[in-house]
Design a protein around this ligand. Structure first.
Ligand SMILES: NC(=O)c1ccc[n+]([C@@H]2O[C@H](COP(=O)([O-])OP(=O)(O)OC[C@H]3O[C@@H](n4cnc5c(N)ncnc54)[C@H](O)[C@@H]3O)[C@@H](O)[C@H]2O)c1
Length: 361
């Protein structure tokens, strides 16, 4: 029998415990063998929750372990690059949380290093795994709506003046709403439409103090963009949609209009997609076929978990499957670099108040 792939969790905070621990738990060929968190109290809670006793506050110690074949990096954004680069140097496969870096240059360095070392590399663009998004990508790539004209994405949540922790600190996060929420939707655009060529963007901060702590990052962002295939893109994301709710109960919409029809994805309806056909009378809600409800190789019963939660585990299944099958992860660091290039261009555009070209990745 093949040895199980040993996983080291680096950063054992919110997302590690919510998404990655249950995600790896679904993989019969992998198990968590070591934990690392810089905060001793968080580490202690993770030890209790997972039952994994090998635990350290220093990631270098975790990377030195033979029992660790691959790592999941789930720290604040500032630490992604140094940890991922060290992991790659130690020959470990890396699944890194989004945004994978603080800049495109940093992301590129991570991607180049991982390719050079021959390890698997993955960006945690979790929402690619929503069944409706997987089906939407399939429909567009098989020509169901003809030639795509327009891409549209909206992520609206009501955070008010609540603290978002390190996410409101530029030196830790790099960008605010742009990297936190819109990075996933930039990835949708790449998945559905291909490369972007240029953007003009605006970033705004309305709240300077959140729960008594200074916030120096954007809580609203909007991007207008062009794609290599000639299509247009409009993106908007905000933490200040008062009364709009949060999570799956708030607006997360992605729409593509093509020459033969239109498609609408909404996170709140992960098992349905809205389809409008040329000459039809409007948009109809259509169930996502069974084969798109989970990723190939997953033994997850999509009906057994909350539909707004279960898909998140599939990204860990994809990571493990890619390691086993010795193929590229989808999405890989290449996708992380692409998203970062758009984010950098958006920040630059906001600074210069003009259109900015996106370098090809
Ligand atoms: N893919 C998604 O849907 C999704 C959702 C939420 C968060 N995220 C991303 O996940 C990452 C973590 O977010 P979170 O919400 O879990 O944050 P968090 O603050 O809850 O957890 C981060 C943990 O990292 C630890 N840490 C900080 N520096 C460290 C270091 N040098 N070594 C080891 N541990 C260190 C902190 O002590 C903390 O416990 C971020 O990049 C965030 O953008 C992704």
């Amino acid at each position: 029998m093949q040895k199980q792939i040993g996983i080291g969790l680096i950063g054992c905070g919110g997302i590690a415990l919510a998404n990655h621990v249950p995600g790896i738990g679904l993989c019969k060929d992998a198990r968590i063998t070591a934990l690392c968190d810089a905060d001793q109290a968080v580490l202690g809670r993770a030890v209790q929750q997972t039952g994994v006793s090998v635990a350290t506050t220093r990631y270098e110690e975790l990377l030195a372990l033979d029992s660790v074949d691959a790592v999941i990096v789930a720290t604040p954004n500032l630490f992604h690059a140094p940890i991922a680069l060290a992991a790659v140097k130690s020959g470990k496969h890396v699944l890194c949380e989004k945004p994978i870096a603080m800049s495109r240059d940093e992301a590129s360095a991570m991607c180049d290093a991982a390719k050079h070392a021959g390890v698997r590399h993955m960006t945690a663009f979790t929402y690619r795994f929503v069944p409706a998004m997987r089906y939407m990508a399939h429909l567009i790539s098989t020509g169901a709506i003809g030639v795509p004209f327009h891409f549209r994405a909206q992520r609206f949540q009501d955070w008010g003046t609540r603290s978002v922790g390190w996410r409101q600190v530029a030196s830790m996060a790099g960008s605010g709403e742009l990297g936190d929420m819109l990075s996933h939707r930039i990835d949708f655009a790449h998945l559905l439409m291909g490369e972007m060529t240029e953007v003009v963007a605006s970033l705004r901060r309305f709240i300077d103090v959140r729960d008594g702590q200074v916030s120096d990052l954007d809580d609203w962002v909007s991007i207008l963009g062009s794609f290599k295939n000639g299509a247009t893109g409009v993106f908007e994301s905000s933490k200040l949609v008062t009364g709009g709710g949060e999570g799956g109960r708030s607006r997360d919409l992605c729409e593509v209009n093509g020459s033969e029809g239109s498609l609408i994805y909404e996170l709140g309806m992960p098992f349905h997609i809205r389809i409008g056909k040329k000459g039809g009378s409007g948009m109809d809600s259509v169930p996502v076929p069974r084969e798109f409800l989970s990723v190939p190789g997953s033994n997850r019963d999509p009906y057994a978990t909350d539909p707004l939660v279960g898909f998140r585990y599939d990204q860990d299944v994809e990571f493990i499957q890619a390691i086993l099958e010795q193929r590229d992860c989808k999405p890989s660091f290449v996708d992380g670099v692409r998203a970062q290039a758009v984010m950098d261009a958006a920040i630059e555009s906001d600074r210069l108040k003009q259109w900015v070209k996106i370098p090809s990745c």
